[in-house]
Design a protein around this ligand. Structure first.
Ligand SMILES: [Zn+2]
Length: 382
């Protein structure tokens, strides 16, 4: 996997680039829709690839490990073939889900034992096993197993936890490089910068991980309940440490108005469940701000959801019809709403990329900050 920088903003750390993977080239900065169970809920793979232009999807190691299992996915020819997805796939390591979803978990230096949230079975993830699971999926970009502490934690806990994450990243990377010697396919492994909201720990962690000289770096432990300015500070702490020539991925962020803020801090890749989850809950992102579709004011609104959007939903249906579908609990509502919200996120990233390449990103950022139409906090979390 190679990363090519096409343009850099002279005033911020924003850059536009091309990430070349075995499953196509990705234009960055990029937003990756989340396909937790090897599907973005409500959309077909054709909707995603052909209509929305999605170049990379995220799938969750934890969920797919529990069901249907990595052995079955391997037997079915890997995740690309299993889910009929032609473009790139990034998988997380399962760390975040183990720490946020599983009923019980016990961490030791070698890994983590956890209880399935589906049936209570006990499983163990190690730095090596999560690499093997993701290679069975055939992911283009793999993540190392990390510990994702909740917020807030003490400095002492965050330090010990961060050191464990660095050790695990080192072990995962050794194992990954050994596996690569005998595999015919190419993959990339990203370690994850942790350290809770302590800038000194974030810096120490980034410095230690850069030693591994991997193909890219992720910044994790964000969107775990901390105030939003702290998430941005956690990213800023890595400034000047994570190498310029490698892609940087901020995990699990953010609201629409936050996307350019991360890009301004040198982030190239982001993922978030917000556009798809909020769509299903009736919370829609538009160029004019949020629309809560159940509100009575939309009941006879003949206009499109977002007059500036060119997605199929906005080109074909009225707010009144979308509201009716939502109120009736129709499946089509989720399909149309998800399609729009994902397109909105992709459009924002395309605007950002265009602004970086044309040299107008500082003005773009100023404009977003002054209007901030979508900065209201979401009632459904992130
Ligand atoms: Zn639309």
């Amino acid at each position: 996997m190679t990363f090519e920088i096409q343009a850099e903003c002279p005033e911020t750390r924003a850059r536009a680039g091309l990430l070349h993977t075995p499953h196509g080239t990705i234009e960055t900065p990029v937003f990756m829709p989340v396909g937790t169970q090897a599907t973005v809920k409500g959309l077909t793979q054709k909707d995603l690839a052909a209509d929305l232009g999605v170049q990379i999807l995220l799938a969750n190691t934890y969920h797919l490990f529990l069901r249907p299992g990595h052995e079955l996915i391997l037997k079915m020819g890997g995740l690309h073939r299993f889910m009929s997805w032609p473009n790139a796939i990034l998988t997380d390591s399962g760390g975040f889900q183990v720490f946020s979803l599983s009923g019980m978990r016990k961490i030791d230096d070698g890994g983590v034992v956890f209880q399935s949230h589906l049936n209570g079975d006990l499983h163990r993830f190690t730095p090596e096993s999560t690499v093997d699971i993701q290679l069975a999926y055939g992911s283009d970009v793999l993540m190392v197993l990390d510990e994702c502490p909740e917020y807030p934690v003490s400095h002492e806990y965050a330090r010990d936890s961060m050191r464990r994450t660095v050790r695990w990243a080192t072990e995962a990377n050794h194992h990954f490089l050994r596996r690569m010697e005998t595999m015919p396919t190419r993959h990339a492994l990203f370690p994850i910068v942790q350290g809770s909201m302590f800038p000194d720990l974030r810096r120490d962690c980034a410095e230690a991980l850069v030693e591994l000289d991997t193909d890219g770096y992720a910044i994790g432990g964000l969107s775990v309940g901390e105030p939003r300015p702290l998430s941005l500070e956690a990213v800023e702490a890595t400034e000047g440490i994570l190498p310029r020539c490698k892609p940087r991925y901020a995990m699990g962020v953010g609201m629409p108005a936050e996307l350019p803020e991360y890009v301004a801090r040198g982030v190239d890749m982001m993922d978030c469940v917000l556009p798809s989850r909020n769509a299903r809950n009736g919370y829609l992102f538009t160029s004019e701000g949020r629309v809560i579709i159940k509100h009575a004011r939309y009941k006879d609104d003949e206009g499109p959801l977002d007059p500036k959007c060119t997605c199929y939903t906005c080109m074909s249906y009225s707010r009144a019809y979308l509201r009716h579908l939502f109120q009736s609990g129709e499946i089509l509502y989720s399909v149309l709403a998800t399609r729009h919200n994902i397109q909105r996120y992709l459009d924002i990233m395309r605007e950002i990329r265009h602004a970086i390449i044309s040299g107008s990103f500082p003005e773009y950022l100023k404009c977003v900050r002054s209007t901030c139409v979508e900065a209201e906090s979401s009632p459904f979390g992130s």
